[in-house]
Design a binder for this molecule. Structure first.
Ligand SMILES: Cc1cc2nc3c(=O)[nH]c(=O)nc-3n(C[C@H](O)[C@H](O)[C@H](O)COP(=O)(O)OP(=O)(O)OC[C@H]3O[C@@H](n4cnc5c(N)ncnc54)[C@H](O)[C@@H]3O)c2cc1C
Length: 387
């Protein structure tokens, strides 16, 4: 049986960032990334809206996004002049009704205190910036003046993976189907191909499959696969200057080339665990279009031209990631539960996991509050800005 110092289960954004940052942190041991789908067509990374915002309510999330944004902006320094992740700098506009105005103000104050270039726009200012937006029932919005936008997630993943391989990380096209535990400690993984890898350290970076992977180690992980649809819409009337606009209902849209993309999380009682990729008939007309047409009257004449589906790895306790060691299974580290904001956090989480493995503690951003202790205590650390 082969052996490795670290086995990372899942080689998409989070797994690949972890592998790469292990090298950045000077880790010299053998790192094996096991990835069951080298085409990456079914993972969240490949189907992500891949947008970056500072507008969170939890300070760790703001700091992770800040690092992510800086990382995405340094891509040419990191990977060379040809490297391109199609970065677009454009703010989020997170809108609030009168009911949500207090929370919006508190969130923006926290974001500003952490250096985020976010301003609070009153309805008149919002209307002056976006003349096509109906602001009559809004109390205002947080607007990211800079430091927010979106990237091409495939391009970013391809760069990280190629660099990690160049730095001696092994990518294995295989599926982890079992985890060996000896005396409450990780001893190895078993592979679908029949072999195995002996190891003392496993990182679970399996995205929306993480619950199943954790179960192989006897862990009941509160991270559930929840379907999310993205619709591509064509609107004959231009709506210039849109950022990533989020209605108080959670319906969002943003430009994508000559189109816009849009989506919304379903109500909680219509959000079962699911692993298929089918798109529910009538979802757009029922849960998205009425809100879009109310918020932007020009959208009344839009056409849906395409749609896709993938899954959030939803952390059902509090919509925050679950990171770091599990107290009952020594050597089993979690990096999952990103609940729809893991792409922007992948560089920061990769660095954090690498710090834990290479140095035994967080060095850059203290992510202790995202650890298992809150799960064990059933003490949510709720993130308010989830969409
Ligand atoms: C529709 C949608 C929109 C999103 N929009 C945004 C956004 O705007 N901004 C943002 O920051 N985030 C967004 N996200 C979330 C973000 O895409 C994810 O949080 C992030 O991509 C998760 O990366 P990951 O590497 O943890 O997981 P994934 O990308 O899901 O990758 C997990 C990998 O593990 C592999 N794997 C699983 N089990 C095994 C196994 N047993 N053996 C071997 N390999 C295994 C899978 O094949 C997969 O490649 C969105 C997600 C969705 C679904």
């Amino acid at each position: 049986m082969q052996s490795a110092d670290v086995v990372i289960i899942g080689g998409a954004a989070v797994g690949s960032a972890t592998a790469l940052f292990l090298r950045r942190e000077g880790f010299k041991g053998r790192v094996v990334v096991v990835e069951k789908d080298s085409s990456y067509q079914w993972c969240a990374t490949g189907r992500s809206v891949a947008s970056v915002r500072r507008q969170f309510s939890t300070h760790e999330n703001i700091e992770l996004s800040t690092f992510g944004w800086q990382y995405f902006n340094r891509i040419k320094e990191e990977y060379g002049p040809e490297a391109d992740i199609s970065l677009v700098q454009r703010g989020y506009a997170i809108m609030a009704s009168a009911e949500g105005a207090g929370i919006l103000r508190a969130n923006v104050a926290l974001q500003q205190s952490l250096g985020a270039d976010v301003e609070l726009l009153a309805p008149e200012a919002l209307n002056a910036r976006f003349s096509w937006l109906n602001v009559e029932d809004l109390a205002g919005a947080g607007w990211g003046r800079s430091g927010e936008g979106w990237v091409d997630p495939h391009a970013h993943l391809a760069l990280m993976r190629k660099r990690a391989i160049a730095e001696g990380v092994t990518y294995l096209a295989d599926e982890v189907v079992g985890i060996d535990i000896e005396r409450d400690a990780v001893a190895g993984v078993r592979l679908a191909s029949g072999g195995g890898i002996a190891t003392r350290t496993i990182v679970c970076a399996a995205g929306w499959h993480s619950r199943k992977v954790a179960a192989m180690a006897g862990i009941d992980l509160p991270v559930h696969p929840r379907k999310r649809y993205v619709f591509v819409i064509d609107c004959p009337t231009p709506i210039p200057g849109a950022g990533l606009m989020i209605d108080p209902s959670g319906v969002y849209f943003r430009p994508e080339g000559r189109y816009h993309i849009t989506g919304v999380a379903p109500p909680e009682d219509e959000d079962p665990d699911a692993e298929d990729f089918d798109i529910e008939d009538g979802y757009f007309e029922r849960l998205i279009w009425p809100t879009l047409a109310h918020r932007v009257p020009a959208f009344e004449t839009l056409k849906v031209v395409n749609a896709w589906c993938c899954h959030y790895d939803l952390s059902t306790l509090d919509h925050n990631a679950i990171l770091g060691p599990h107290p009952d299974v020594s050597g089993f580290l979690l990096a999952c539960g990103f609940s729809g904001h893991g792409l922007q956090h992948s560089p920061g989480v990769g660095r954090a996991m690498a710090e834990l493995i290479a140095h035994g503690h967080y060095r850059s951003i203290d992510l202790t509050r995202f650890g298992w202790a809150r799960i064990a205590a059933n003490a949510p650390l709720a993130e308010a800005n989830v969409f």
